[in-house]
Design a protein around this ligand. Structure first.
Ligand code: DGY
Length: 318
């Protein structure tokens, strides 16, 4: 008998076709963002859920899920939207989609750096209004060549970004839970603590996972560690930035510019960023290429299949 799987968001057509070959898949044809109540109702009788980062699957939801659910396969590398400990207690395996989105996300990390350093937000706005006049000092930004890039979180995405940034002539510094081997470090300088990393970061890229330890890691106190005029970018999760402190730092020019792809409480964006000329902001586009989204959904499907066939999965996170 075919397994039953709730697919919470609309996938690309080739992925949905694949899912329906394997399972009795409950697809979301209108791509509605399900409330927690609706997700619980729809999952009744299913064997697994293919979830997305738009659903908050917290302890309350997990405790109300149908006992038939044995796996939640998250269509993302991040899994901060799921209470993995609560899932574990209920014997529900949670999986993610690492590797396949590394390059696409590193590209967006690089775009954030370029956009913030070279004042793309202001530039786009002048160009669209046709109200600009070229002059020697018009919209002068910060050049990447020779500047120091601090990478917070030197996992797959951090390392892919380091390669790209080196091609732009940046000097790479990083902080990670543990120091990388020399092959993985590729000349990047390791910092034992945040203060040490931030104090040499002309540009910072946040690439670490959202955890209790990294929540609001950029705050009033740590912002002071940066050189005046530093640039901060975030391609990971919004949880890492205390937005109020950040906007103050942008307003008083301690921080020159910010580049953001992710936000606390997405799709809402902290209002202070919206009218800030030095904020280059994107709507969570990290993995948004056809190649990557197809590979991510295929991997989320593979994770379910591996689990249904073997009782385990190599991309299990709990
Ligand atoms: C992820 O996989 O965590 C990305 O943020 C999704 O775009």
């Amino acid at each position: 008998m075919k397994k039953k799987v709730l697919v919470t968001r609309k996938l690309l057509r080739s992925n949905e076709e694949r899912a329906t070959k394997f399972w009795e898949a409950k697809l979301n044809l209108n791509d509605e963002v399900y409330s927690q109540k609706k997700l619980i109702e729809l999952s009744q009788g299913c064997d697994g859920i293919l979830s997305s980062l738009t659903e908050k699957i917290d302890e309350k939801v997990i405790s109300s899920l149908s006992p038939t659910i044995k796996i939640i396969s998250n269509f993302a590398v991040g899994f901060g939207n799921i209470d993995i400990e609560a899932a574990k207690k209920k014997n529900i395996v949670v999986t993610n989609t690492p590797d396949v989105l590394t390059d696409a996300t590193a590209e967006i990390a690089m775009l954030l750096i370029l956009g913030a350093c070279r004042r793309a937000n202001e530039g786009i706005s002048y160009a669209k209004k046709e109200n600009w006049k070229w002059s020697a000092d018009f919209l002068i930004g910060k050049q990447l060549t020779g500047s120091r890039l601090g990478i917070l979180g030197m996992g797959r995405i951090g390392r892919a970004l380091a390669k790209l940034a080196k091609a732009f002539g940046m000097e790479i510094h990083y902080r990670n839970r543990s120091r990388l081997s020399p092959e993985k470090e590729m000349g990047a300088k390791y910092h034992e603590d945040l203060k040490s990393l931030f104090s040499v970061s002309d540009v910072l890229s946040i690439c670490c996972p959202a955890t209790k330890e990294t929540k609001d890691i950029i705050n009033k106190e740590t912002l002071e560690y940066f050189p005046t005029g530093a640039i901060i970018t975030n391609v990971a999760r919004g949880d890492m930035i205390d937005d109020e402190a950040m906007v103050k730092a942008l307003t008083n020019r301690k921080i020159y510019a910010i580049g953001l792809d992710v936000y606390k409480g997405e799709p809402k964006i902290y209002p202070g960023y919206l009218n800030q000329p030095s904020a280059f902001i994107l709507p969570h586009l990290g993995s948004a290429t056809k190649k990557t989204r197809t590979a991510m959904a295929d991997l989320a499907i593979d994770n379910l299949e591996e689990f249904f066939n073997t009782g385990n999965c190599k991309n299990k996170v709990n």
